[in-house]
Design a protein. Sequence first.
Length: 243
Amino acid sequence: MLSQALKSLLRPDKRVVVLTGAGISAESGVPTFRGEDGLWKKFKPEELATFDAFISNPQLVWEWYEYRRKLISEVKPNPAHHSLVKMEDFFEDFHLITQNVDGLHQKAGSKKVIELHGNIKRNKCIKCGQEFEELEFSSKEIPPKCTCGGMLRPDVVWFGEMLPAQAINEAFKVSSLCDIFFSIGTSAVVYPAAHLPVVAKQGGAYLIEVNIERTELSDLADEVFLGKAGEILPEIAKVIREA
Ligand code: OAD
């Protein structure tokens, strides 16, 4: 299934960057954002995923995130997440960048993950910025309050917000310097993340896309694997095991 070109590139000394999106967690049971059953088909992002929405209706936004947290806490990483752990062990220079907030890469055992859009388990105070882990607060208020009196919000990036500077800077740096870039399970429409594969390609990387359908990125890719990440990534992991 893998081309000879790709097989010959899968060597430990190659610099590899992987960008993942909601599609990699779909087979674990986490809904994606776009597409037929996507969250943004049923819910309006402007009512749930902006700072203004939170200020206008903090209870609704908090409860929506609680619903997603519960769902995420009940699911397990799938073979695609596990294959990326194997790739991290195999390649000497390997960077995993994710747009996902579900923490499934870490749950699978990935040691270093660049989280571009935050993590749904964490919260932060809108007033003083203090961070809290999921169950660290005892307040029964919805949303709970920080010791300074400010409301807590999920530590995720909402529409119109800046991405964490360190994460996005590192992501651009490693993408511009890599030999192979994998774009996995992302619709590649949300910027600046969607620009990372482009930067990689401009820097000379071999660009691979894994998705169940073609995306805006497909024409730029050197190889497109059309199919489920949970089936394709184990094939790649198998090839590196045999290398
Ligand atoms: P999307 O929901 O936009 O795209 C998911 C992609 O995964 C689609 O292109 C699907 O075709 C593909 N897909 C679905 N199931 C798959 C499978 N089993 N294997 C491989 N691919 C599959 O999700 P993202 O691209 O991650 O932002 O969305 C980017 C950002 O938009 C998210 O991080 C979120 C959202 O608004 C924030 O929360 C800030």
